[in-house]
Structures are given as structure tokens and as C-alpha cells.
Design a protein around this ligand. Structure first.
Ligand SMILES: [Zn+2]
Length: 379
């Protein structure tokens, strides 16, 4: 309700300003109808003050009807309908505005952007892109349109188109988005890898790592490419680089390493043991134990735990271990497994959102590389 009240207050102010700023000539001509025009506005403000936003909105619609020449009032109404979730009405208002031959040139851009936001809010991404493009045709460095188009391209996994928009945004804002670009190239590399185009995947993974050596998804493509070529030494070098550059995401690569039998036996077992003895990193050994239980056997996972004498030091570690090694018919194992399936394992440093699976781009604030593994469980 607060947002709605704010929106209506904003609209009332827009209308009031529109009335106050009206040219003097118009003022003279309009004098006899002044009361008729002002009274719905005053009634609207009155409803607003008595906390009746729906009736206030009705009066605003009346103001817009009586002042059909006031495009700004329509713009504000469109915003309001969108904020109430009435996307269809917002779209109609903005489309009608754009169809008006008397719409001032200065408002075309604003109306295209507003219509684009309506479509984007309603999930009609293609139509939103068309409207953002029309805004960019009018003003090629319109940062809002560029940023929104970038978001849509990312949402649709069109990484190269996203990268092009990112470059334009960099020029407009005179800022460097190298880390963001690294993640886009890592996504392109992963796409090429999955489509079987290994050469292209290698080029884009290298580009991403050149921009940011700590870009974990790019490093993981690099490791997959080496394994695909059976170049086990290169794969081991990639695994070591991941450990050095992006340790918090290192556990993510472990399941893939276990699935390559020769590589696991001859390279990875000794390496993981050495890394564990050096660091006593609980995330590493827990991921290793979990992967063993999943891809080999629970008894192998148990032996590793015994051999390396791993003991959990927090509630989270204890629950993870119990979910894997607890007795199957034990009620506590059941709880631990249930927790493991639904536990939020990653949190965003920017907006605080928490998610179960890793994401390179935050689903809430859309920043890249801001989700980190949670180490502690809240009590
Ligand atoms: Zn976020």
C-alpha cells in the first residue's frame, strides 16, 4: 500500500506542476473551466489524505480525461497502472500516447522507454527490446535503455549481444566492466563447449581468464576442455589454478574430477589430499566426501573421512556430513538429508538474497560474481 500511496502522491504532484506550469496564454483561455479541471485533483488529494488510494486514482483518471492535451498526466497514469500490476492498461496508455500526432518530440523517447518497461514487466521481452531499440534510435547513449536491453539479453542467454551492449554502456558511463565481461565470455565458452565447438570454447575461456583470472566458470570450462582432449597434465594445472585463484568455488569442480576415472586415480586423489593437509578446508573435504558417496560408494566416502580424520566444527558441517554418512533408517539422517536438499548454500554480497545452487549472476540484483558460499548456518 505504501508504494501505491507514493505513486499516487507523485502523480498528484505531477498534475499540480503541470497545471501550475501551463503557459500564460492557455491560462487565460482556460480560466472559465479552471474549477472543473482543478476539482477532481483536489478530490484526489483529499482521498489520498484519507488513505483511499483507489478512489484517489479514479479522480486522477478524471483529471487526465479533462486535460486530454496533458501528455505528462498520461505518462504518470501509465506508471501508476504498471505499479499496480495492471500492465495491459499501462501498455494501452503508452501506445495511445505514441500514436498521438501532437506528442511533443521530447516525450517520444520517454514513452518508448515507458512502454518497454511495461512489456518487460509483463514478461514480453521481445516487444520490450523493440521499444528499447526505438528509444536508442532517438538517443543512442540512453543508459537506462542500454542497461535494460543488456539485462534482457542476459536473461535470454544471448551472451554476445549482451557483451556488445555492455561495451556501449562502458563508453556511455566511462567505466570499466571487465569482471562482468569475463563472466559473459565464460558463458559463451560454456555454450560453445556444450555445442561441441571446442576451439571456440577455448578462445572464449582464455578471453575470460585474461580479464579475470579468478573467473571460476571460465576456469571450469578450461578444465573440461583439457579433460576432453585427454590432456591430464593441463587439466591438473587448471585444477590447481582454480584452487589458487577462486578457492571458494573450488568444491564445485570436484564431482567432475571424480567422473574421469584415470584422472581421479593418477592425479586428483593425491592432489586433493595434499590440498586438504595444507589447508584443512572443510568445504573441500565435504564436497569430496559427498561426491564419493554420489558417484562411487558411501563406504568409500566413509573410508576417506576416517583416513583423513575429518571432524565437523560447525552445525552446517555436521549436517552435511550426517546427510551423507548417517545410517539410512535414522530419523536424524532423514532430517539432515531434507535440510541438505533445501539449504540455501549461497548468499549475494550485494543484495543479500540466498539461493540453493550456485549462480554466477544474482537472480535478484543481477550483479555478476557476487554470490558466495555460506559457511555458517544461522541458528
Ligand atoms: Zn544480489
Amino acid at each position: 500500500m505504501n508504494t501505491l500511496l507514493l505513486a499516487i502522491t507523485a502523480l498528484a504532484l505531477v498534475v499540480l506542476v503541470a497545471l501550475l506550469l501551463r503557459p500564460v496564454q492557455e491560462e487565460r483561455d482556460a480560466q472559465p473551466e479552471e474549477d472543473e479541471r482543478i476539482s477532481p485533483l483536489l478530490r484526489g488529494i483529499n482521498y489520498l489524505l484519507s488513505d483511499e488510494p483507489d478512489r484517489a486514482l479514479q479522480e486522477m483518471v478524471q483529471v487526465a480525461r479533462l486535460r486530454s492535451e496533458a501528455a505528462d498526466v498520461y505518462m504518470a497514469l501509465g506508471e501508476m497502472f504498471r505499479s499496480r500490476g495492471e500492465i495491459g492498461r499501462a501498455v494501452r496508455i503508452h501506445q495511445n500516447l505514441l500514436a498521438r500526432p501532437d506528442l511533443p518530440q521530447s516525450l517520444h523517447l520517454q514513452a518508448h522507454v515507458a512502454l518497454a518497461i511495461d512489456f518487460q514487466t509483463g514478461g514480453l521481452l521481445d516487444r520490450a527490446l523493440v521499444q528499447y531499440q526505438k528509444a536508442l534510435d532517438i538517443e543512442s547513449d540512453h543508459a537506462v535503455a542500454l542497461e535494460a536491453s543488456l539485462r534482457i539479453r542476459e536473461q535470454s542467454s544471448e551472451w554476445l549481444l549482451a557483451e556488445d551492449l555492455l561495451s556501449r554502456l562502458e563508453r556511455v558511463r566511462d567505466e570499466s566492466y571487465g569482471l562482468h565481461r569475463a563472466y559473459l565470455f565464460a558463458e559463451v565458452a560454456r555454450q560453445h563447449f556444450e555445442q561441441g565447438d571446442m576451439d571456440a570454447a577455448a578462445i572464449d575461456a582464455a578471453r575470460a581468464l585474461e580479464l579475470d583470472a579468478a573467473c571460476a566458470p571460465a576456469r571450469m570450462v578450461e578444465i573440461d576442455l583439457s579433460l576432453n582432449k585427454q590432456d591430464l597434465d593441463a587439466a591438473e594445472a587448471g585444477v590447481k589454478a582454480l584452487w589458487q585463484q577462486a578457492r571458494e568455488h573450488f568444491p564445485l569442480v570436484i564431482p567432475a574430477l571424480l567422473q574421469h576415472d584415470l584422472f581421479y586415480k593418477e592425479h586428483i586423489t593425491a592432489l586433493l589430499r595434499e590440498l586438504w593437509l595444507d589447508s584443512h578446508d572443510a568445504e573441500l573435504i565435504l564436497a569430496w566426501i559427498e561426491a564419493l558417496a554420489e558417484f562411487r560408494s558411501v563406504s568409500e566416502a566413509q573410508s576417506l573421512c576416517d583416513e583423513l580424520a575429518f571432524a565437523p566444527h560447525s552445525l552446517r558441517e555436521s549436517l552435511r556430513l550426517h546427510a551423507v554418512l548417517g545410517a539410512g533408517d535414522d530419523v536424524h539422517t532423514g532430517f539432515a538429508r531434507q535440510w541438505r536438499k533445501t539449504a540455501k548454500n549461497y548468499g549475494c554480497e550485494q543484495c543479500g538474497v540466498e539461493v540453493v545452487e550456485v549462480r554466477w549472476q544474482c537472480p535478484q540484483c543481477h550483479s555478476w560474481g557476487t554470490l558466495h558460499p555460506k559457511v555458517e548456518e544461522k541458528l
